[in-house]
Design a protein around this ligand. Structure first.
Ligand SMILES: [Zn+2]
Length: 125
């Protein structure tokens, strides 16, 4: 992935991001990510220890990262930022591959909405 592609993916992640980050989050692919750096509370410290044990047995399924977990939501699916499944990139690529058609659709939709607004307030025409 080039630097430009990486920057575009980061922007895409943020646009579709949930409002808050998490101490732990499961990606659509089934991988569970947990924040091993921040000590949120005593319960969390115990939770991290149990996740670390699971991570030793299944390192591809339980993944410790040194910060809170960002999640993007699209099409009803939750994807952890930068998960190796690339699930979010699939949607970005779909939109990129159809960008001209999506722009054309949004222009037509915008014109339709303006017609509706003018119909509600005919003095503005
Ligand atoms: Zn994933």
């Amino acid at each position: 992935m080039s630097k430009l592609e990486a920057s575009e993916l980061i922007a895409f992640q943020r646009i579709f991001s949930e409002d808050q980050s998490h101490a732990e989050a499961k990606c659509e692919c089934g991988r569970l990510y947990f924040d091993g750096y921040n000590d949120y509370d005593a319960e969390w410290v115990k939770e991290v220890e149990s996740f670390r044990k699971l991570a030793k047995k299944q390192p591809d399924k339980y993944i410790e990262i040194p910060h809170a977990i960002g999640v993007s939501v699209i099409d009803g699916k939750r994807f952890v930022y930068n998960c190796k499944c690339g699930g979010l990139k699939h949607y970005k690529d779909l939109i990129d591959d159809n960008a001209e058609k999506i722009i054309e659709y949004l222009r037509k939709k915008s014109a339709f909405l303006m017609q509706q607004a003018d119909a509600i307030n005919p003095d503005k025409q």
